[in-house]
Design a binder for this molecule. Sequence first.
Ligand code: PEP
Ligand code: MN
Length: 264
Amino acid sequence: LASRAFHPLDTIVRVGQVEVGGEQPPVIIAGPCSVESLEGILEIARAVKQAGAHMLRGGAFKPRSSPYSFQGLGELGLKYLARAREETGLPVVSEVMEIEALPMMVEYVDVLQIGARNMQNFPLLKAVGKTDKPVLLKRGLSATIEEWLMSAEYILSAGNPNVILCERGIRTFETYTRNTLDLNAVPVVRHLSHLPVIVDPSHGVGKWQYVTAMARAGIAAGAHGLIVEVHQNPAEALSDGQQSLTLENFANMMEEVQAIASAM
Ligand code: PEP
Ligand code: MN
């Protein structure tokens, strides 16, 4: 079902007024790694909207490598995201980590994010496939493109046609950057599948200094959008501050990305 052989025309995933895929202009999703406070998420939401973002991201349930790291605000974080949507009109994207949390997530979010660590959590994929929410499916840390598309297949075959793929970098021998952003995947996925594919330069490189360059590259490679981590004070962020753009850096990134998009 994910294959272009089955479905030659590009799928366009609609999230409220926003359309992702096909020949639509790139869709930019921006926001903090984790929702930390109401004031924080409102400040970020206003700023990214002003800079031209189309959706707001923010984790409420976080898959942290250490159990002692900040795990997210849980339902309170979802309430804060909903408040930010109310004020700005931006649809919200947040990660669902387990089936038990799905009924709650569906009440608050516009797009369900499946994180890299859950790309092959097949029961979770089937469960989001039974909802009517669009799904942002991140590529696993060590997943091949074929495995990633088969994970999309789980969601589609459960009855949900609205899957957005997200390249977020893979593990390689290189350790200078957090991951290696596999931009090869963008044209490959566009060739193999009709589903939209976006790029996450933040997790792809892991250092904010390189995020804008890879955001530009992702759009130039043909991605249907970007998901970018933005924080009002990255040095104090509770997660992924080292890869988060400031509000000002994000606004500059948007100008550069829009220049590339309009030249294509
Ligand atoms: C995130 O988006 O903050 C996240 C945890 O991403 P990934 O699952 O790609 O590591
Ligand atoms: Mn993050």
